[in-house]
Design a protein. Structure first.
Lengths: 722, 300
């Protein structure tokens, strides 16, 4: 308004500038001019003043119109104050709940309340309808004057807008505030319809700051729907703990069940489901007190190689059905083989560099080796030189144990092998040519994630070298976070290479992939590092695969480490098959998928898929799907290929119905009106109470227009010959 | 007036006559060619004596009576009557500097006076010249020779406008100085006190002068066609005026018309010729007015 009033200076400035714009003209007949001027001067001055005042009034009225003032004392139905309203409807997983005594989900109630708000808006108002979980939201994100459309999106079949995403209202609140700030409506309203689930307010302080710093003309109303939380049992975690999943082998599943209700849950049956069919009898949890969680171990056997859906469920007669089941997609193998390259072959098998590796990979008596799901073949470096690509492709991983070096042909062969999905696991020793590894395999070809440095510990180093005792954050070793699984700290390392990680600058390239540390020594120096290369994986150990430099091969941890390394190589091809709701599904594929049209079938899609186009990605292709909004099993169908399934799981926090605390509610009351909406009409009634008044800008605009016409008429008339 | 074209027409005399003279001659002769009467018969020429004809003499001047009586060819010779004199006056005040186009009022006045001087001297009448603003800036006594004409043209060419005007004072001066009756031709814009001017004209008439007033005005002064915002810069020490001229045009034209009517009526009352010369129009009007006057005089 003040800014607009500064425009009043414009006519004055124009007037002053005009005074400087007089054209000079020498003139002889001044006496007649003087007389005429004297006769007209008074009139001309009066005319000038009239025009100046008119122009000032026009600018002032325009400034007033732009400020969009509203008069509370003037209440006109037809000229009612226009409102810009942003209605955020929480569409997170917790909104799927039905409260005790209600037939509708919280989301359905929220939509009804939102619809009431839109209907009650005065004519000419604008409304945004934002379905928000943990993003800026979908729906109508900018206020639209098309209120019919806004109402339609609220009252129509919009189950698609309900998600199983975790909730975080911050992004949507922030985006809606920014959108409202840029509007020029006289009254602005931010209406947040949520179940008051504390999870949605994880960023409570940030939301408070945003609301506190929002302009005063934005009125915030928080409508809390839902009653006291009902009983809710939820499967909050399902994890597969078997390193290599093989046909007919037991697959270990960890199932966590939580009781978010208020009373003890007794005799909870947990049913294992394989590919949609119940498997065996349910396992029961006898009693689960409120607020507690229990983890069970279930075993499943997969009948055939390929992808399978492993799920668990509990009875679904509680507040939320979404969290009553959970599913994973796992791949079962028939038999996979590893190739072990011995750098220093010995006649005595127990002296071989690969002796312990072979026994760890295939830990069964010789007569059972053929039926075991893993196989290992030993080869010398000379054998590796001779091996042909098709034969190499029959293996899933190549272990190099104390191999001095090899030809560039072998290097290229191995690189192709990895890029196409194979694994390379490198163990050093006193036989290796470290500088060759560094230059050829690390720098030149980008196969190894790290350089071999000095031998540690150094001569003057008094610290005994051991593997880290805790804080395992890499999936390969996180098993040892559980003390029951033993410890890695007892492994004694006499000698190792220092692994020097190349500083990563910018994005990892094909030549120099990003290295991740799997395991460290107690000194902090990396013990094992890994990186991805193409569709494959590379592990680089810092010490030997036999007992020459350490005693790891004779420790119980060696077998799980080797199996997990091998399992992670196998799983690399299936990375991203189990994602959280809200994440993008990304799948790398072969080059021939490029530009093909694929279909993604959502859970319960009824055979109607989302069409997507597969894009190019380096030498291969990439499938990207961003609309993972609900939990369950999805299917990717690429023409000419077998369907690929993947699973999305909901945020377990959404199962926790913990509401906002009373202290938080009190703080929110300082920046917003809070209403516990239980019945229709309450919310729109509250909003209507503050919506009296009429916008005055049309009057000001009309007056400015009339004055402009008068000014035009008078200026024409005044400038006529006199 | 295209004086350049005159140079081509009469290149032989170019060395002796300046542009003003050439232009004046061209205008006068061109004008007279259309009159079908001998232009060179003034008031002042009277028979003087006879002399014997010699080849090359104009046969129109043969005295046929003498030829009939004596069978000899005699040519009539005439001499100028010394009593008639035309006093040519030009107002050289600063207001005469004004000109909306290439020609200022002073340029126009100078050309008009040059033409008249040329015409009168061709008629063997005597001409005096007086150039003034609020005092006499230059003057030439009467004369009727070709050299006198050249002197007049030179003085006119060198004359430039400056200073304030005192037209009545100058007219009174002429009235006082020239007791013998003659013709007073004044070229001015007459932007002065009109009552005082008419007093002075009356004075001139009282001493027996005929008066021809050539009021030289620019077309803009007559029409006042300006628009927008204009600062009029006063000449002759009059302060500037800033105004929107379109808003006072009507009033200006009324004032101007009243002034003109008063002047014209005053001159008419004194039996004087008042000729308004618009600098955007050709000079023939001026010459026409002079010749009208001459005819009227001849008819008396």
């Amino acid at each position: 308004m003040l800014f607009g009033m500064t425009a009043l200076a414009i006519p004055v400035i124009v007037h002053l500038l005009n005074r400087r714009r007089f054209k000079k003209l020498p003139w002889a007949a001044m006496r007649f001019l003087q007389v005429s001027l004297e006769r007209n001067q008074r009139r001309m001055k009066v005319e000038d003043w009239i025009l100046l005042l008119l122009r000032l009034a026009i600018v002032a009225l325009l400034a007033l119109a732009l400020a969009r003032p509203a008069a509370a004392w003037l209440d006109s139905q037809s000229l009612g104050s226009k409102i810009a309203s942003s209605i955020i409807i929480d569409s997170s997983g917790s909104m799927t709940r039905k409260d005790q005594g209600t037939e509708k989900t919280r989301f359905e109630l929220a939509r009804e309340f939102g619809s009431e708000v839109v209907t009650a808006l005065p004519r000419g108002s604008a409304a945004a309808v934002i379905f928000a979980a943990n993003s800026t939201g979908s729906g109508i994100t900018e206020p639209t004057h098309d209120l019919v459309r806004a109402e339609k999106i609220l009252s129509g079949d919009n189950s698609a807008n309900l998600t199983n995403r975790s909730s975080d209202l911050m992004p949507a609140v922030k985006a809606a505030l920014a959108s409202l700030e840029s509007r020029s409506a006289a009254q602005k309203e931010l209406i947040l319809i949520t179940d008051g689930d504390a999870n949605a307010w994880n960023q409570f302080e940030s939301i408070m700051r945003s609301l506190e710093s929002s302009p005063e003309d934005i009125r915030t109303v928080i409508a809390v729907i839902g009653q006291s939380p009902g009983e809710n049992l939820a499967i909050t975690r399902l994890a597969q703990n078997t390193p290599v999943t093989a046909v007919g082998q037991p697959v270990r599943l960890a199932v966590e069940v939580s009781n978010f209700g208020s009373i003890d849950a007794d005799d909870i049956p947990i049913q294992l489901i394989i590919n949609g069919n119940p498997s065996g009898d349910p396992v029961e949890i006898e009693s689960l007190p409120p607020g507690e969680a229990r983890t069970l171990t279930l075993f499943a056997q997969l009948p055939s190689p390929g992808l399978h859906q492993l799920g668990v469920s509990i009875p679904g007669n509680d507040a939320s059905s979404t969290d009553d089941s959970r599913v994973l997609v796992v791949r079962a193998i028939e038999k996979e083989r590893a190739l072990l390259i011995d750098g220093l072959p010995s006649r005595n098998p127990t002296d071989a560099e690969t002796f312990f590796l072979e026994n760890a990979l295939v830990p069964v008596p010789p007569e059972l080796k053929d039926s075991f799901f893993l196989g290992a073949d030993r080869l010398t470096v000379a054998g590796l030189e001779e091996i042909k690509d098709p034969e190499l492709a029959g293996y899933r991983a190549v272990f190099l144990a104390n191999v001095q070096d090899f030809s560039s042909e072998v290097t290229n062969k191995l690189k192709n092998f990895i890029i196409n999905g194979g694994g390379l696991i490198v163990f050093p020793g006193n036989n290796i040519n470290a500088s060759w590894y560094n230059s050829e395999l690390h720098k030149k070809n980008g196969i190894l994630p790290a350089e071999f440095g000095e031998i540690i510990p150094g001569e003057n180093d008094v610290t005994e070298l051991r593997l880290q005792a805790s804080g395992y954050d890499h999936p390969l070793v996180e098993l040892w976070n559980d003390p029951g699984a033993g410890t890695l700290a007892e492994v004694n390392i006499r000698k190792a290479f220092e692994l020097r990680l190349t500083p990563v600058t910018g994005q990892p390239s094909q030549a120099m992939p990003a290295a991740r540390v799997v395991l460290r020594y107690n000194t902090g120096s990396p013990a094992v590092v890994e990186s991805d290369l193409g569709l494959g994986k590379v592990y680089q150990f810092s010490t030997t695969a036999d007992t020459e430099w350490n005693n790891l091969p004779v420790q119980p941890a060696f077998l799980p480490i080797v199996h997990r390394v091998f399992g992670s190589v196998l799983a690399r091809g299936d990375a991203g098959l189990n994602i959280s709701v809200g994440d993008s599904f990304v799948r790398r594929g072969p080059a021939e998928w490029k530009n093909k049209k694929a279909q993604i079938y959502k859970p319960n899609s009824g055979g109607i898929g989302d069409k997507i186009t597969i894009t190019a990605d380096g030498d291969g292709s990439r499938v990207t799907y961003d609309a993972v909004q609900t939990a369950g099993v999805y299917e990717l169908s690429v023409p000419g290929m077998l369907p690929l399934t993947f699973a999305a799981t909901a945020d377990p926090n959404e199962s926790n119905p913990e509401p906002l605390s009373e202290a938080q509610i009190q703080r929110l009351k300082g920046v917003a009106d809070i209403i516990y909406a239980t019945a229709g009409g309450q919310l729109s009634e509250l909003l209507d109470r503050e919506r009296s008044g009429t916008e005055l800008w049309p009057f000001f605009l009309l007056a400015a227009g009339l004055l402009a016409i008068i000014e035009l008429f008078l200026s024409q008339r005044f400038s006529q010959e006199k | 007036m295209n004086t350049d074209s005159l140079n081509l027409l009469d290149a032989g005399t170019l060395a002796r006559a300046d542009k003003l003279g050439m232009a004046a001659r061209f205008i006068v002769e061109g004008y007279m060619a259309g009159e079908h009467k001998s232009p060179y018969r003034g008031f002042a020429i009277e028979f003087s004596q006879h002399r014997e004809y010699s080849p090359g003499d104009d046969v129109r001047h043969l005295d046929w009576k003498v030829l009939g009586k004596t069978d000899r060819y005699y040519i009539k010779q005439y001499e100028q009557e010394t009593n008639f004199v035309a006093h040519l006056l030009i107002d050289g005040s600063e207001s005469m500097k004004y000109g909306s186009g290439d020609t200022t009022k002073l340029d126009y006045a100078k050309m008009a006076i040059a033409c008249l001087a040329f015409l009168i001297i061709k008629q063997r009448d005597a001409v005096s010249l007086s150039l003034f603003d609020n005092e006499t800036r230059d003057e030439l006594p009467r004369g009727n020779t070709q050299n006198h004409l050249f002197n007049i043209l030179e003085r006119l060419t060198a004359f430039d406008a400056s200073g304030e005007t005192d037209l009545p004072g100058q007219l009174h001066n002429i009235a006082k100085k020239s007791q013998r009756k003659g013709l007073v031709i004044v070229a001015s814009d007459f932007f002065d006190d009109e009552d005082a001017i008419l007093d002075a004209v009356q004075h001139l008439r009282f001493v027996g002068h005929e008066v021809i007033a050539l009021q030289v005005l620019d077309h803009d002064e007559l029409d006042f066609p300006f628009s927008g915002l204009i600062e009029f810069e006063g000449m002759e020490n009059i302060p500037n005026i800033k105004t929107r001229p379109s808003e006072i045009r009507k009033s200006y034209l009324e004032e101007f018309k009243a002034f003109q009517e008063k002047l014209e009526q005053g001159f008419r009352r004194n039996s004087c010729h008042f000729v308004q010369c618009d600098t955007s129009r050709p000079l023939e009007d001026v010459l026409g007015s002079y010749l009208t006057f001459r005819r009227e005089m001849s008819g008396k």
